[in-house]
Design a protein around this ligand. Structure first.
Ligand SMILES: *Cc1c(COP(=O)(O)O)cnc(C)c1O
Length: 372
């Protein structure tokens, strides 16, 4: 008996489970790259007041174009990345996952191909599948950087209509040099394709790493995706966005569902943006804690990938699942992801990282912690 017997489910969906990291009730949550610091009571009160104001108009549909929120996001992104943007160049949806689905709905589809470079974010193939877009991947190098000439060759070979490039990449933490991003933007422009640079972790990048936002004036086929879920400490608010040319944004407006961004979401996001200094206030501390975590892992003889994000990929273990389970037995939930042998830990509070270190030290003294 199949799970979907009697239902006309699409053939290619039959073997899938709903995607997602385990949501377990344990004390130390270091598995989905959230910011571990909740908003202050003052910010909570302002968000609540904004939601109350929105609630007074909930009998009406929300503002479909949400240009106030888009203007606020444009102003924030301009400040953060040193670019200049207008509201019409910004798009938003319920998480940057939905923003990227809009991209595939507008620019992918049957007979078309989306290309990325593995290992990378595990959701990308799902957007392709859900929009009937063919999915192909090139490889990243051993150190998880991208070889520019190989990447350009993959674009020429596969002729994608969409190229997805995560920088900093998940699950490796690797940011790409802006020259590589620009070379890909130029090549995709030449073949009439869209390049999406997924900068979900951009605020955590190391000093001196420019954002792809600075390339927007030269490349109307470029989209830079961001999210309020990570550095911005608003994962529960579900607000992702992108910046691009006005033409590219106009294409996304065709495929969005009417009123896809609720009045409550708009109010929460705008209130959070008013408190961006506070919400982003721990980013510097998390970057320091990240670099210390890399150093600490290496001092134990482990491999740890340099990271521009709020997580570290480390290993390599003979049995990574057993290591993951042992940490979980201590109440520390990390993520079993990336190439075989590797594990990923999100950067938490000082106390959470101390618990992680204590647990991993214990496991490394046992047979379970064998390295390869
Ligand atoms: C977390 C993450 C996102 C953001 O997801 P949201 O839907 O905005 O919460 C996007 N891209 C990558 C690579 C991520 O890791």
């Amino acid at each position: 008996m199949g799970r979907f017997d009697g239902l006309p489910i699409r053939e290619e969906l039959k073997s899938f489970e709903p995607y997602g990291a385990p949501q377990l009730d344990v004390p130390i949550l270091l598995n989905v790259n959230e910011n571990p610091y909740p908003p202050s009571e003052e910010t909570v009160a302002d968000i609540a007041a904004s939601v109350a104001e929105a609630a007074r108009g909930l009998n009406r549909y929300p503002d479909r174009e949400f240009l106030h929120l888009r203007a606020d996001l444009a102003a924030y992104l301009g400040r953060e990345s040193g670019g200049r943007l207008i509201a019409e160049q910004v798009w938003a949806a319920n998480g940057s996952n939905e923003v990227m689905l809009h991209i595939l709905q507008a620019f992918g589809g049957p007979g078309r191909t989306a290309l990325s470079f593995a290992p990378t974010y595990s959701m990308y193939p799902e957007y392709a599948r859900d929009t009937n877009t063919a999915w192909v991947t090139g490889r990243r190098a051993e150190d998880f950087t991208l070889d520019q000439s190989k990447a350009l060759a993959a674009i020429s070979r596969h002729r994608p209509s969409v190229v997805l490039l995560a920088s900093p990449n998940n699950p490796t933490g690797t940011a790409l040099p802006i020259q590589v991003v620009e070379a890909l933007a130029a090549r995709t422009a030449a073949i009439g394709a869209v390049l999406v640079v997924d900068e979900a972790y951009a605020e955590f990048r190391r000093t001196g790493t420019p954002s792809a936002v600075t390339l927007l004036p030269s490349y109307p086929n470029l989209a830079v995706a961001r999210t309020m879920s990570k550095a911005f400490a608003l994962a529960g608010g579900r607000l992702g966005y992108l910046a691009a040319s006005k033409q590219l944004v106009d294409a996304l407006r065709i495929v969005r569902l009417p009123y896809h961004l609720s009045a409550v979401t708009q109010a929460v996001a705008r209130a959070a943006l008013r408190h961006s200094d506070e919400l982003l206030g721990r980013v510097e501390q998390l970057r320091v804690e990240r670099d210390e975590t890399v150093d600490w892992l290496r001092s134990l003889g482990l491999r740890a990938v340099d990271s521009d994000a709020n997580f570290v990929l480390f290993g390599t273990f003979a049995d990574r699942h057993a290591v993951w389970q042992s940490l979980l037995d201590d109440g520390v939930l990390i993520r079993e992801t990336g190439p075989d042998g590797w594990l990923r830990v999100s950067i938490g509070t000082g106390a959470e990282m101390a618990a992680f270190r204590a647990s991993l030290e214990r496991v490394l003294k046992t047979d379970i912690g064998r390295l390869t």
